[in-house]
Design a protein around this ligand. Structure first.
Ligand SMILES: [Zn+2]
Length: 290
């Protein structure tokens, strides 16, 4: 199944939902960053959360999620746009932990149980809007839920999952359901009931369930209509060799010259996608001349 995201709203306007499959883009992140199983599970959930939030809250620009917990994975950073592009990295991609007591990858142990999640919405002009919440658990979905509750003051449900097999990511995806003003107590009860019987998102995916069918399952009992067709999602990084050269231009002439003479080149690695860029000696000497 190609990666995609679907947005929907209930016909009475009190529930909105966004649901996504992200298997391919999470697998691409795993390969690019050479992630451990635990790091794949953690970054996979965060990438999915970023794609969902960007589709839900942003019309343009970017939504940036920074998880900074006290666990060994270090910072987890995701950058997503409502155009369906997502990129991200973890600070320590090789960290591997034993499975937790439920037999799952220990994402919370890797990110850390304490720390914060910072969510920034940068529309591309003016001052970006940032809000920070303390981590709820380090499990990613619960942390994003805490952010949504704090920022929107309404209840929401966040499910994000990554299923890994021996050869990599077999299924990844998730959903956010958000209650809007004027929802009834019955709506809350029905959704809680739906969540309790929903099952595992990645299990349903592996059984071949479509986004539309999973949406119906989580919003069982409500009349819901999709706001758009399924929109494609991809791992995409905007870095380029031109941008690397631009970054070098801000260095002192002295530093450029010593790089040219001592290293014979400048090498840069993009955090987000792990691409490596080289600028040779001659070009460095040109840049040093201004
Ligand atoms: Zn990049």
């Amino acid at each position: 199944m190609a990666d995609g995201v679907l947005r929907a709203i209930s016909s009475d306007g009190t529930i909105r939902a966004v649901i996504a499959t992200t298997t391919n883009l999470v697998e691409e992140a795993r390969e690019r960053h050479n992630l451990s199983y635990t790091a794949t599970a953690a970054l996979g959930r965060a990438l999915t959360g970023g794609a969902l939030l960007a589709a839900m809250v942003a019309k343009q620009g970017q939504v940036i999620l920074k998880f900074q917990g006290n666990g060994p994975l270090g910072r987890v950073w995701v950058d997503a746009s409502p155009k369906g592009t997502v990129r991200g990295y973890v600070e320590n991609p090789q960290v591997e932990l034993p499975l937790n007591s439920l037999g799952n990858f220990d994402v919370a142990g890797a990110i850390g149980h304490t720390g914060y999640l910072q969510v920034t919405h940068d529309v591309g002009y003016g001052i970006p809007y940032t809000s920070t919440v303390e981590l709820a658990s380090g499990e990613v979905g619960e942390d994003i839920n805490r952010y949504l509750v704090a920022s929107a003051q309404t209840g929401s449900i966040v499910i994000v999952g990554t299923h890994l097999g021996p050869r990599g990511v077999e299924a990844a995806g998730g959903l956010i359901v958000q209650l809007l003003p004027d929802h009834s107590e019955e709506t809350i009860c029905q959704i809680e009931n739906n969540v309790s019987t929903f099952g595992s998102f990645t299990f349903l995916m592996r059984r071949g369930m479509s986004l539309e069918a999973m949406l119906k399952r989580i919003l069982n009992g409500f009349a819901v209509h999709a706001l758009t067709d399924v929109q494609p999602l991809t791992f995409y990084c905007k870095c380029s060799s031109e941008r690397f050269v631009e970054a070098l231009k801000v260095l002192d002439k002295k530093d450029l010259l010593s790089m040219a003479e001592e290293e014979g080149q400048a090498e840069g690695r993009c955090h987000f996608c792990n691409a490596i860029y080289h600028v040779g000696r001659e070009r460095l000497l040109d840049l040093a001349q201004g």
